[in-house]
Design a protein around this ligand. Structure first.
Ligand code: CTP
Ligand code: CA
Length: 225
């Protein structure tokens, strides 16, 4: 109802957001990681709170403070992130912004690897679970609206269309993370919304503005109760 005001578009809804990188151990002192800052995910969590939602933010290691009003669950690895997401369900909307490490070391060392006469160690990698695809495909627990992000350095929209189909989500928010774009770690973002209805390209905005616009769109897409 109009009287509810703009701040109540998601009142009574639970929004789950994943954010940040994951860290995959090589040994007790080393890990595989990536350049994700978590900024876009944290901004989305804050925007969802502003829209009146209850918000769970499952975050890999970042240096950002917890947004006010958010229930923050800190994790390190992809497998921990999947577990935390499962525990946080049910949710009405799930937004997967995390830059989950695609691979982990098959058997992380129990002790610090040491240099020796045999030269550099060979790290055998195995694929991590795809958290977004797992949750989107779990029909008994699937949130009504599942939104993925796609970080691409080339053929941004083409790759995003393939991901939409492959992962079974309702919307892919694609962004260009090539070094020239300055998106990774930066404060601005230029996104393309890829859904079964087509592609909508937004002009460049600050990450907070992108977050508010995306939350408004998500509220619209969510079927009314
Ligand atoms: N994602 C996830 N779990 C993974 C990998 C990705 O939940 N193990 C999610 C991301 O949070 C994002 C979406 O899937 O919402 C797309 O991530 P991206 O890395 O762009 O896609 P991948 O399928 O990993 O493909 P690639 O990295 O090869 O482009
Ligand atoms: Ca990936």
């Amino acid at each position: 109802p109009a009287s509810a005001g703009a701040g109540a578009a998601l009142a009574g809804r639970h929004v789950l957001v994943t954010a940040g990188p994951t860290h995959e151990p090589i040994d007790p002192v080393r890990f595989i990681a990536n350049r994700s800052s978590g900024k876009q995910g944290y901004a989305l969590a804050a925007a969802a709170v502003a829209a009146g939602a209850r918000v769970t933010l499952v975050s890999g290691p970042v240096t950002l403070p917890a947004p006010a009003g958010v229930s923050l669950v800190r994790v390190e690895t992809a497998r921990e992130m999947l577990e935390a997401v499962r525990r946080a369900l049910p949710a009405d909307i799930a937004i997967f912004t995390a830059a989950v490490a695609d691979w982990r070391v098959a058997e992380a060392g129990a002790q610090k690897l040491k240099k020796g006469p045999d030269g550099a160690p060979r790290l055998a990698l195995v694929e991590n679970p795809d958290i977004l695809a797992t949750i989107a495909g779990d029909l008994a627990h699937r949130p009504a609206l599942v939104i993925g992000f796609a970080a691409e350095t080339e053929k941004v929209v083409e790759h995003a269309k393939a991901k939409l189909a492959r992962k079974g989500c309702d919307l892919i928010v694609a962004n260009d993370v090539s070094a020239e774009s300055g998106v990774m770690g930066g404060d601005r973002n230029r996104v393309h919304l890829v859904s079964r209805d087509g592609v909508e390209s937004w002009s460049e905005m600050g990450k907070a503005a992108v977050a508010h616009a995306l939350i408004a769109r998500a509220a619209t897409m969510l079927a009314p109760r």
